[in-house]
Design a protein around this ligand. Sequence first.
Ligand code: IPM
Ligand code: MN
Length: 354
Amino acid sequence: MSHFVVLPGDGIGPEVVTEAKKVLEAVAIRFGLTFTFDEHLIGGAAIDATGDPLPSATVEACRSSDAILLGAVGGPRWDDPTAKTRPEDGLLGIRSELGLYVNLRPIQVHFPTASPLRDASGVDILFVRELTGGIYFGPSSLSDDGTVARNEMVYSVPEIERVVRVAAEAARRRRSKLTSVDKANVLEVSRLWRRTAERVMEDEFPDVAYEVVLVDAMAMHLLSRPRDFDVVVTGNLFGDILTDEASMLPGSLGLLPSASIGDGPPGLYEPVHGSAPDIAGRNLANPLATILAAAMALRHSLDLTEPAAAVETAVDNVLAAGLRTADIAGTGPTVSTTEMGDAVARAVGMGSRK
Ligand code: IPM
Ligand code: MN
């Protein structure tokens, strides 16, 4: 039996999480597994209910779960710049509380027609984003008169070493190439990142091809030669920005899952996209990113390789059959969030009839 904590959050979060749960239920039936689900508050929904974007009950429930499935947080309703707390603090808080220092963001192009690039076929990149350090968590301040603000980008050697090791190990299981992205021509913290990464690679992973690329150049290479990259490791902020850019290789943020993991269970699984308040509640959102995140949960947290592959195959089949939510439909016909979820759940179930 595996226990999921579900954190629907805000905007389209509840809608996409419902579809991922539906698919997990289909997986349970097909493979004879038992999954339990327990819903908790995070983000704006938690602020509304308790005043806190990350209530302690949520943290406690997450700690005793096997995996956490999260929708999205944030929205214009909570965008008051003078507010003491924001929905995003809930997400940053749970990542930090649970020590989820690695964020895996795979970018694969399954059907290149949704891509704005002329030819994005064959792209297969795994981004490994450091998730609990860097400028997101460094000291910050606003001067008393409100005219000067500061955020510090801080990394220590152990923080760099551990994420580089995870990335290099992932590269070994793939095409054995690692690219580390930094801004070492300007930032002291990047020079430490680069020295540390180079030492780890030389000492521990001499068999993995290794290169460093400056983040501005990487932004360009992602568009000009995306097929050249296998695993890319980088800090929190650069990883945030580059993965949104990379989402345009497959053509939509709505397709991209992410896994946030630490040294032990549980891991946290969520779409790369945000709460999309403009389409929330309208049954329009693409649930595939969250469904693929659930597949990552099966693989990484529950060690259920075959069920994970079954979900990914079901997604491929549904896309191959031509089903498209609005974000990937171009001018063609579209299906709703629930129709897409139903189709994937059905495809998972059909896999059993060999
Ligand atoms: C992401 C998001 C978050 C981040 C926000 C919502 C705090 O953009 O997961 O990429 O910046 O990490
Ligand atoms: Mn982001």
